[in-house]
Design a protein around this ligand. Structure first.
Ligand SMILES: Cc1cc2nc3c(=O)[nH]c(=O)nc-3n(C[C@H](O)[C@H](O)[C@H](O)COP(=O)(O)O)c2cc1C
Length: 216
C-alpha cells in the first residue's frame, strides 16, 4: 500500500483534496477541502460548520480524500450548481464513502474525533485506513490551474457571505482577488478550458452580487 509520504505529504502543509462522503440516507456528496497530516497515519481537516461535509462526517464517520489535478472536479463540487454527476463516483471498498473514479490517488479515512476551532469551524481528525494510488506520468504544470483553484476558493467564501451586510468589504476584497486570478489565467492560458471556467465563475459571482444589491 502507498503511504502519505509516497504521495508527497509533508508536515505543516495544507494539501487540496476532494472529500467524498455519504449523508444519512446514502446520498453522495463531494467538496474540495484542505488537509494536513498528523504523523504517518492521521489527517486533519478544518471544516466550516455550515458545510454538508461536516454533517456527513458526524453521522457516517467515514470519507475518502481524493487527489486530482482535474479542475472540473474542484469547480463542480465547490459551487454545486445542480447535482454532481453520479457517474463520477463509485463506493469505496475500504470505508462507507464514495470515491472519485478518476482520482490520481484515494485516501480512505475513518473519523477519530471533532474539536471546535472557533465559532465557525471544526477540526476533524481522521485515521487513514487505506491509500490507493495510480502510477501516472508526471503532469506538466501551468499557473492557470492554481489561479482557477484560488478563484474557486474565493468564490465559495463570496457565496457564503454575499448576503451578509456586515461582510460587504470582505466580499469586495475577495472579488478583487478573483480579478487577479483571472489576469493570471488570461496570461498563462488564454482561450483554454481554464479561461472558460473563469468566465463562468465571474458570471456566477456577479449574479450573486447583483441579486444582493437588488434586495437593497
Ligand atoms: C481548493 C478548495 C479548498 C477548500 N478547502 C476548504 C476547507 O478546508 N474547509 C472548508 O470548510 N471548506 C473548504 N472549501 C470550500 C468548500 O469546498 C465549499 O464551501 C463547499 O461548497 C462545501 O460543500 P459541502 O457543503 O457539500 O460540504 C474549499 C474550496 C476549495 C475550492
Amino acid at each position: 500500500m502507498a503511504t502519505l509520504t509516497d504521495l508527497g505529504f509533508c508536515q505543516n502543509t495544507i494539501y487540496e483534496t476532494i472529500i467524498c462522503t455519504f449523508n444519512f440516507d446514502g446520498q453522495l456528496n463531494a467538496a474540495p477541502m484542505g488537509v494536513t497530516i498528523n504523523g504517518r497515519q492521521q489527517v486533519i481537516l478544518t471544516v466550516y460548520n455550515s458545510a454538508e461535509t461536516l454533517k456527513n462526517l458526524q453521522i457516517i464517520k467515514a470519507a475518502t480524500l481524493n487527489l486530482t489535478g482535474n479542475i472540473d472536479f474542484y469547480y463542480k463540487s465547490a459551487l454545486k450548481n445542480g447535482d454532481l454527476p453520479v457517474n463520477w463516483f463509485e463506493k469505496s471498498v475500504f470505508v462507507n464513502a464514495p470515491k472519485l473514479k478518476a482520482a490520481d490517488a484515494i485516501i480512505a479515512v475513518l473519523v477519530e474525533g471533532f474539536e471546535p476551532v472557533d465559532a465557525m469551524r471544526t477540526k476533524v481528525t481522521c485515521n487513514v485506513e487505506h491509500v490507493e494510488a495510480l502510477k501516472m506520468y508526471p503532469q506538466a504544470y501551468c499557473r492557470a490551474m492554481s489561479a482557477v483553484l484560488e478563484a474557486i476558493i474565493h468564490a465559495t467564501r463570496i457565496k457564503a457571505l454575499v448576503n451578509v451586510e456586515a461582510e460587504q468589504v470582505h466580499v469586495a476584497k475577495l472579488y478583487s482577488l478573483i480579478q487577479n486570478c483571472i489576469d493570471v489565467v488570461n496570461r498563462s492560458a488564454p482561450n483554454s478550458h481554464y479561461a472558460e471556467l473563469m468566465v463562468d465563475l465571474q458570471e456566477k459571482v456577479d449574479s450573486w452580487r447583483l441579486k444582493f444589491e437588488g434586495l437593497h
